[in-house]
Design a protein around this ligand. Structure first.
Ligand code: AMP
Length: 176
């Protein structure tokens, strides 16, 4: 059982208005990371549904997702697999485009990052429109792996991101 509540994590998240551009309410999770108890509690909450050994890989999304996914992987005795922004991974990759408010972006994963049938927990810090995480889901599926759950520390519910994530449970710890 996590000994940290979602309310304590909510209290630590810093809202930064108009970052990185006007109109965005940026949810800054660095105060959660800087507090040893809250960081460990966040990992406990994100991995609550899984025992060590029940997940083969935790897939984390560039860049803040890496922090939570890597810690979750160690706790679950699973591997860690990064989904990175295009152009950063050194070996051959699969790439997936997704729409942004203006324009588009591309994420990538190594072609041998997951074995077919691998049991995957997908983790990111924040679910907004769901564009990034649904692109990550497409990459995981391309390798024939199975997503057991997508777990987010924060969900911006008014953006309906979970509508893009179908076929597995979607959890978030703090909802705005
Ligand atoms: P989306 O693809 O719209 O679901 O956006 C999710 C990604 O963008 C996550 O990797 C977040 O780290 C980042 N992100 C989007 N909106 C915010 C926000 N308001 N505060 C902090 N990070 C955000």
């Amino acid at each position: 059982m996590p000994n940290v509540t979602a309310a304590e994590i909510t209290a630590a998240i810093r809202n930064v208005p108009d970052f990185p551009k006007p109109g965005i309410q940026f949810k800054d999770i660095t105060p959660v990371l800087a507090d040893a108890r809250l960081f460990a509690g966040a990992i406990d909450l994100l991995t609550e549904n899984f025992k060590p050994g029940s997940v083969d890989a935790v897939v984390g999304i560039d860049a803040r997702g890496f922090i939570f996914a890597a810690a979750a992987a160690v706790k679950l005795k699973a591997g860690f697999v990064p989904v990175r922004k295009k152009g950063k991974l050194p070996h051959t990759t699969h790439e997936q485009d997704y729409a942004l408010e203006y324009g588009h972006a591309t994420v990538a994963m190594h072609i041998d990052a997951l074995k077919p049938g691998a049991r995957v927990l997908l983790i990111d810090d924040l679910l907004a429109t769901g564009g990034t995480s649904s692109a990550a889901v497409a990459l995981v599926k391309k390798l024939g792996a199975e997503i057991l759950e997508a777990s987010f520390l924060i969900e911006l519910k008014f953006l309906d991101g979970r509508e893009k994530l179908k076929g597995f449970p979607v959890r978030s710890i703090v909802v705005y």
